[in-house]
Design a protein around this ligand. Structure first.
Ligand SMILES: Nc1ncnc2c1ncn2[C@@H]1O[C@H](COP(=O)(O)OP(=O)(O)O)[C@@H](O)[C@H]1O
Ligand SMILES: CC(=O)N[C@@H](CCC(=O)OP(=O)(O)O)C(=O)O
Length: 295
């Protein structure tokens, strides 16, 4: 096949998927290592702009845990985590807000505008869309653990997010919520993305991570799982195959699916144009998590 025919083939393959996903909302969680490299971020944002340009309605929810830890260390504060959540006192929530809502959200919106995309930050700085309440964890002995200004999402401004998408603008949402008193809460970005996906009842939720997907054996690339249903995921968490940072991601995925989200993908954010390959080609590249066969 010559080069031109091959290029046309790629476009024609994409056509079916473009039709299928027209007007469908998709939540993309950007965080962790995927945010560390400028070129990676630029490529990912090009993909997001492409999705919007062909009629899909992407919504970006982002974290930035590594940048927050760096800012804390620069300020002489040692980061401390309990069950994967950052202990967040008043000084820390000020730093978290500065890094997530001002620096990272601002630069993602700026980069998309530079690439002629239409994007807008939705945060407490201008238009808040995440409503939260304080999260208290339970320790191994049933004791209550107070993490300060750490929260969980209880509601979203669905109308604001939908209106933004309908205007052809890509919402960019940092994982900070406001409580009923208007005070800021630090929310884990995986759970924030899953809550937005759940409450908007979107077609897809995509987690961009620093691995190609879920492995049965992380040391053996041949064991990458392309397709897992919810029951298999539960088994893999119970037997320890899915561990560490992947647990909250998969837990959040299972919650989103239970609430009606049709598919969750875990994709390698470091791989160039991973979003386009996952959505617009016949063979996705990461792991897709789907409802149980009988559902
Ligand atoms: N079965 C598994 N398959 C793939 N990754 C796994 C698995 N179990 C644990 N992990 C770990 O989960 C990590 C991803 O979680 P995390 O570091 O929180 O992601 P991110 O920072 O990209 O959001 C991987 O780097 C990997 O070390
Ligand atoms: C409560 C809590 O832990 N919040 C996270 C929010 C950022 C985040 O989740 O960022 P990543 O997606 O890059 O890990 C934190 O402070 O690190």
């Amino acid at each position: 096949m010559d080069d031109a025919t091959q290029k046309a083939g790629v476009l024609i393959e994409a056509l079916g998927w473009i039709r299928q996903f027209r007007d469908k909302h998709v939540v993309i969680k950007l965080g962790g290592s995927a945010l560390e490299n400028d070129e990676t971020v630029r490529n990912l944002l090009t993909d997001v702009i492409f999705m919007g340009a062909v009629g899909m309605r992407p919504i970006l929810v982002h974290g930035g845990g590594k940048a927050i830890s760096q800012a804390m260390q620069d300020a002489g504060i040692e980061p401390r985590f309990v069950q994967g959540r950052r202990y967040t006192d008043q000084k820390t929530i000020d730093l978290v807000s500065e890094v997530l809502a001002k620096e990272i959200c601002g630069s993602l919106v700026g980069e998309m505008r530079k690439q002629a995309g239409h994007a807008m930050g939705l945060s407490y700085l201008s238009q808040n869309c995440l409503v939260g309440e304080k999260l208290t964890l339970t320790g191994e002995k049933g004791d209550k653990i107070d993490l300060g200004r750490v929260g969980r999402i209880v509601d979203i401004d669905e109308d604001l997010i939908r209106r933004t998408c309908e205007a052809g603008i890509i919402p960019v949402i940092p994982s900070i919520a406001l409580d009923s008193a208007g005070e800021k809460l630090n929310v884990n970005a995986d759970t924030a993305a899953a809550a937005v996906a759940r409450l908007l009842n979107v077609e897809k939720l995509i987690f961009l991570s620093d691995v190609p997907g879920i492995f049965l054996d992380q040391h053996d690339p041949e064991t990458l799982q392309n397709h897992l249903d919810v029951n298999r995921c539960r088994q893999l968490i119970a037997d320890g195959t899915i561990a560490t940072g992947m647990v909250p991601k998969v837990d959040a995925a299972l919650e989103a699916i239970a609430a009606g989200v049709r598919k969750v993908h875990i994709v390698d954010g470091r791989k160039s144009h991973s979003l386009l390959l996952e959505i617009y080609s016949d063979h996705g590249i990461g792991t897709e998590i789907v409802p149980p066969a009988s559902a």
